[in-house]
Ligand binder design. Structure first.
Ligand code: PEP
Ligand code: MN
Length: 305
């Protein structure tokens, strides 16, 4: 896999690597990058109206300034529910029935849950970020979200890049666990070349031979933070300690390390009962841990700024 060369900077990624470009990345009224730390906290999946309202209230009290909530879940296997809900369809779990929801049904469920997410965001003054999976859901999602997330599986999806280049909302681009910064910057350059400049990078771990325990899948690439800052100093860097470690007890230490290394923010999974989260129960942290983490982060910021 190639890394970034001088020729790349001159010819292939000359826009994203500009040093003196006035790039403003703003979700609702929250500035991402610069002196502002963006903490995007919330569940892997929006499970119900009550759940997202509870979480929004707790993360706001603790000091988060954005709400994350998954609605469309890109699944590895076809028999789960792409909304992350075991029984979204009628007649039991789609997984048991080995059926898939029609796109129309899927969009109907998604719209309802996007409504819950937005309601919670508005009620607690937290702009919301959610993943887009289908390019033709963009207009629907645009009514509800303040920032679009491109998941690692969709990093190179040209339909999404085309569609998202047309919205004024910012985009959070996740780096695939097997892809280089060169490739990630290439995706960013596709946006730049289409006149879209308000995006941020999200680091969510890389594949390595060992991750130190059987549960975790990848390792947080802390070194990507100074590397991204060196190549593309105007693009904010958000760290996702949840999907990179995939292990609850690693999430707080890695979040602290990310802030110390100069990250512009965190995308972090928080759930009232982490072990019973519908999706990713091994990595979500509870309200008390999140509160503690926010206090730690403030102290670290005071030292490094
Ligand atoms: C997520 O943030 O909910 C998610 C599924 O992320 P990733 O694409 O990193 O797996
Ligand atoms: Mn998740």
């Amino acid at each position: 896999m190639k890394d970034i060369s001088k020729q790349d900077i001159e010819n292939n990624i000359n826009l994203v690597t500009r040093k003196d470009f006035d790039r403003e990345v703003k979700a609702g009224d929250v500035l991402i990058g610069g002196d502002n730390l963006a903490v995007m906290a919330g569940p892997c999946t929006v499970e119900s109206r009550g759940q997202i309202l509870d979480i929004a209230s707790a993360v706001k009290d603790a000091g988060a300034n954005m709400l994350r909530g998954g609605i469309f879940k890109p699944l590895t296997f076809p028999y789960g529910d792409p909304l992350g809900q075991p029984d979204a369809g009628s007649g039991g779990s789609p997984r048991d029935r080995k059926e898939i929801l029609s796109k129309k049904e899927l969009f109907q469920h998604a719209k309802r849950r996007l409504g819950y997410l937005k309601e919670a965001g508005v009620k607690y003054g937290l702009p919301v970020v959610s993943e887009i999976v289908y390019a033709d859901s963009m207009d629907m999602m645009d009514e509800f979200v303040d920032m679009f997330q491109i998941g690692y599986r969709h990093m190179f999806n040209m339909d999404l890049i085309e569609a998202l280049s047309k919205t004024g909302k910012p985009v959070l681009i996740k780096r695939h666990y097997g892809e280089s910064l060169r490739s990630l910057f290439g995706v960013a350059e596709h946006f730049e070349a289409r006149g879209k400049h308000n995006f941020a990078f999200c680091e969510r771990g890389v594949t390595v031979p060992h991750t130190h325990n059987v549960e975790s899948r990848s390792i947080l690439d802390i070194q990507a933070i100074p590397a991204m800052k060196e190549y593309a100093p105007t693009v904010p860097v958000i760290i996702d300690p949840s999907h990179s470690t995939f292990k609850r007890s690693y999430v707080m230490p890695m979040s602290r390390a990310a802030i110390a290394a100069g990250a512009d923010g965190l995308l972090i999974e928080v759930h009232p009962r982490p072990e019973s989260a519908w999706v990713d129960p091994l990595q979500a942290i509870g309200f008390k841990d999140f509160e503690r983490l926010m206090k730690d982060i403030q102290k670290i910021r005071e030292v490094i700024i």
